[in-house]
Design a protein around this ligand. Structure first.
Ligand code: SF4
Length: 329
């Protein structure tokens, strides 16, 4: 089966309906035995040191021939993707583009056109796509349940992060993914509810740190919200397929994300927010708006390489947690 890599969340059902294997290139990088070798490869090949590590990871995943073809999201994700696509084309790699409608463009019609362009490429029609959508919807329903169980204290923030972040490509095997997810949810049913003193939310791109969830959850905190990972799981099953990607907040103006975050802070009774930012990422600038617009304590944590959190970050997180506990008492 042809392996189709992509740079961020896309309507993955199109790839599955086209009888190909979806591969989120970020996941190849971060779940590899030694992600640092991906960064080294990218830098050895000439990518600037001050490029985001996720971009270096995607670059190396493609150049290591992990996939047969690449779909680059050229609007609504990351401006670095443009240059990355140019390098891939220059190396003879088959590249397609997908775009989310940024700005004032009419979203539904624009997305319909983008999805139909992909469908043409994978030689499928709407009937074939609808069949795949109903199969995948049962997985998306389970992921929504898992998220609900996280809020209720039965699933940890780390587990929530891992499952939701994998929903971009279902680990390239949606049947196995659904089976394992079902087993996990069955096991969760036997757990006792865990109450923590402090309820935290993560906003921003998924963290590159390997142990930040463990660190905060060992300190009487529960991470009950993973903003972007939840968006990756497209939790909008009540809408038609195209509308779900209109509601998906990540690719659009920050106001869509803010509305979602504010609603979830209230619904999930969140005490504090960890805004994770990636070194050399333009999204770091949005921190200014989050700090102004969100009415609860926020700490901004920056990561660069795939590694454990450093001592300074640990101290900052501990102080933040102590402050939240003090405030709550
Ligand atoms: S973290 Fe930022 S710079 Fe890096 S790939 Fe994502 S959007 Fe691009």
């Amino acid at each position: 089966m042809k392996k189709v890599g992509f740079t961020t969340t896309i309507p993955v059902e199109v790839i599955i309906a086209g009888n190909c294997l979806p591969v989120d290139l970020n996941n190849i990088f971060i779940t590899s035995k030694n992600p640092y070798t991906y960064i080294e490869k990218a830098e050895e090949d000439g990518l600037p040191r001050n490029t985001c590590s996720w971009i270096k990871g995607i670059y190396a995943a493609v150049m290591n021939k992990s996939v047969d073809e690449v779909i680059g999201v050229v609007e609504g994700d990351c401006s670095n993707t443009h240059a990355l696509m140019e390098i891939f084309r220059d190396n003879g790699i088959s590249v397609l583009s997908f775009a989310y409608p940024y700005g004032e463009k009419e979203k539904h019609g624009f997305l319909k056109q983008q999805i139909e362009n992909l469908m043409l490429h994978f030689d499928i029609d709407w009937m074939m796509l609808e069949k795949t959508i109903s199969k995948i919807d049962t997985i998306r329903e389970k992921l929504m349940l898992l998220d609900k169980l996280t809020v209720e204290g039965y699933v940890s923030g780390l587990e929530n992060h891992l499952w939701l972040v994998s929903s971009t490509d279902f680990n390239s095997d949606y049947i196995k993914f659904e089976k394992e997810l079902k087993q996990f949810l069955d096991e969760v049913k036997k757990r006792k509810r865990k109450d923590a003193k402090i309820r935290l939310g993560f906003i921003g791109v998924p963290t590159i740190f390997s142990d930040i969830y463990q660190f905060v959850e060992e300190r009487d905190c529960a991470v009950v919200f993973n903003e972007v990972q939840r968006q990756f799981s497209i939790p909008y099953l009540e809408y038609d397929y195209i509308e779900r990607f209109v509601r998906y907040t990540y690719p659009y103006d920050i106001t869509y994300r803010l509305t979602d975050i504010k609603k979830e802070i209230v619904n999930r009774e969140i005490d504090g927010i960890i805004h994770y930012v990636q070194s050399f990422c333009y999204r770091q600038i949005q921190d200014v708006i989050f700090k102004k617009e969100l009415d609860i304590p926020i700490i901004t944590i920056e990561g660069n390489d795939p590694e454990s959190i450093d001592a300074r970050t640990k101290i900052r997180l501990e102080s933040f947690i102590e402050m939240l506990i003090g405030k709550k008492m």
